[in-house]
Write a protein that binds this ligand. Structure first.
Ligand code: GAP
Length: 448
């Protein structure tokens, strides 16, 4: 994948109502994005499938939602206040700041090579105050990860859900990091969502659980339609591990800017429970019925950023076809405004996450009323469905292909009471009797 593709994806995402810069009418705010109607639908579909896979369909994982704001003592005990640091360097000539472990390959804007300062430590947690008085006592942070809410609630959740080891706690939630340098669109942002699981096991069972989770985590990524040849594993060297980890393996995705971390899997040992037990003075042990001993569970943590996953599924699905796919070339193209002359974009999203599943398109105005009736009827089965009667049929197909709609239903019948069902990827068209339409679509789509 080429660098220019990311630019095209950024422009497409804005033009098509998927992702736009935050606060844009005021000039934006660096590293913050808003999600438009199709973007939020895609994001919600990814989160729904994640929740169904790991919480609803699982016997040993329960979900929670913990608060973004936590007592500052949580971040002191977890090691984040002291140990969650990035190394910051500044170029003495152009004054751009960078993470010391992610230096630019490009030359300095002021000419020649960059001249960097010594690395300074920088804690990327956003500070805030709870209550009206801004003092050291009222200070805390916006959480940089959701994990700590699952550790502080571990005992309570285990008891109320009557779980025994091994079991997991899952959550999806907003996290915040004041990144030194935001770049590559949704890849490195300052406000994002993490979906993660803390899977508690008996000490000694951790290494086997780690291997099993690596398999499940990869299967999940692939189940969203990401191609296997575009992912690889990266084993962190011992000296590069986070302060809490005994072993970490990332699943990297082949983004347009190279292979980079999409998800992570860490063996957090008993680091967090031990730290919170010591700092809070509360017993966080598990009573093992077999050995009649109290133990502090070990934790395997599969984690992923929803925005990074969203960017990966978009990059994987995005195809730009120069010269189009044989549609009417005299038709004013929807993307000609961006100078992508007569090229056509098709988003080959997996139908499970596509923001629109079916588009109903009456061929001519006089079929609009009939089209609306069919649209309303289909909407009782599939919520993510659109009705579009404006523009030529070629233009409407292109619009749907660009947002990844798997099926278009064209209302073009006169006497035979049949409609045309068109497949986004193959462009194959089938004539289907109206009475059979729901069954026909159900066979293709299932009931999302
Ligand atoms: N609880 C463990 C934890 O937070 P992490 O690797 O620091 O681990 C989890 O973050 C995931 O969040 C990463 O695998 C990545 O997908 C995503 N992520 C981290 N920083 C991000 C950022 N600045 N922007 C977007 N996603 C980010």
């Amino acid at each position: 994948m080429q660098e220019k593709n990311l630019e095209k994806i950024v422009s497409w995402a804005k033009r098509r109502g998927f992702v736009m810069p935050g606060s844009e009418i005021y000039g934006g705010i660096s590293g913050i994005y808003d999600f438009g109607p199709y973007g939020v639908a895609l994001k919600n579909n990814i989160k729904k499938i994640w929740w169904k896979t790991f919480v609803e369909d699982s016997d040993d994982i329960v979900g929670i939602e913990s608060a973004i704001l936590m007592n500052r003592k949580v971040w002191q005990a977890s090691g984040h206040e002291k140990g969650f640091v990035d190394e910051l360097v500044e170029c003495k000539k152009c004054h751009q700041r960078y993470k010391a472990d992610d230096l630019p390959e490009t030359k300095c804007q002021s000419g020649g090579e960059h001249e960097f300062t010594e690395a300074k430590q920088f804690n990327p947690m956003f500070k805030t105050h709870v209550g009206v008085i801004e003092s050291d006592e009222s200070m805390t942070y916006l959480r940089p990860e959701t994990a700590q809410g699952m550790f502080t609630n571990f005992k309570q959740v285990m008891e109320t859900s009557r779980k025994k080891l091994p079991f997991g706690i899952a959550q999806i939630g907003k996290s915040f990091r004041n990144e030194i340098n935001t770049k590559d669109f949704l890849f490195r942002v300052r406000e994002f969502e993490i979906a993660e699981i803390e899977y508690f096991v008996k000490p000694g069972d951790d290494e086997k659980a780690f291997d099993e989770w690596l398999k499940s985590w990869e299967e999940f990524v692939l189940s969203l339609g990401i191609k296997k040849e575009n992912i690889k594993h990266y084993e962190h060297p011992k000296e590069g591990l986070s302060h809490y980890s005994k072993r970490t393996v990332d699943i990297q995705y082949n983004y347009p800017f190279g292979y980079k971390e999409l998800t992570g899997l860490a063996n957090r040992t008993d680091f967090d429970l031990k730290a919170h037990q010591e700092a809070s003075g509360k017993d966080l042990t598990y009573f093992d019925e077999e050995t009649k001993e109290k133990v502090l569970p070990y934790v395997i943590e599969p984690t992923l950023g929803i925005e990074r996953l969203m960017l990966a599924v978009i990059c994987d699905a995005f195809e730009e076809i120069q010269g189009g796919r044989g549609v009417d070339k005299s038709d004013p193209s929807t993307n000609a405004q961006d100078g992508i002359d007569m090229s056509e974009i098709v988003l080959h999203l997996s139908q499970s996450i596509a923001p629109v599943k079916i588009a109903v398109l009456p061929l001519v105005k006089k079929l609009s009323e009939k089209g609306r009736e069919i649209y309303k009827d289909l909407k009782t089965c599939w919520g993510e469905i659109e009705f579009d009667e404006s523009g030529s049929i070629g233009r409407r197909y292109r619009r749907q292909d660009e947002i990844g709609t798997p099926y278009c239903v064209t209302i073009d019948f006169e006497e035979d009471r049949k409609v045309t069902v068109r497949n986004r990827d193959t462009m194959k068209q089938e004539r289907v009797d109206i009475k059979e339409l729901k069954n026909h679509l159900f066979e293709k789509l299932g009931n999302f």
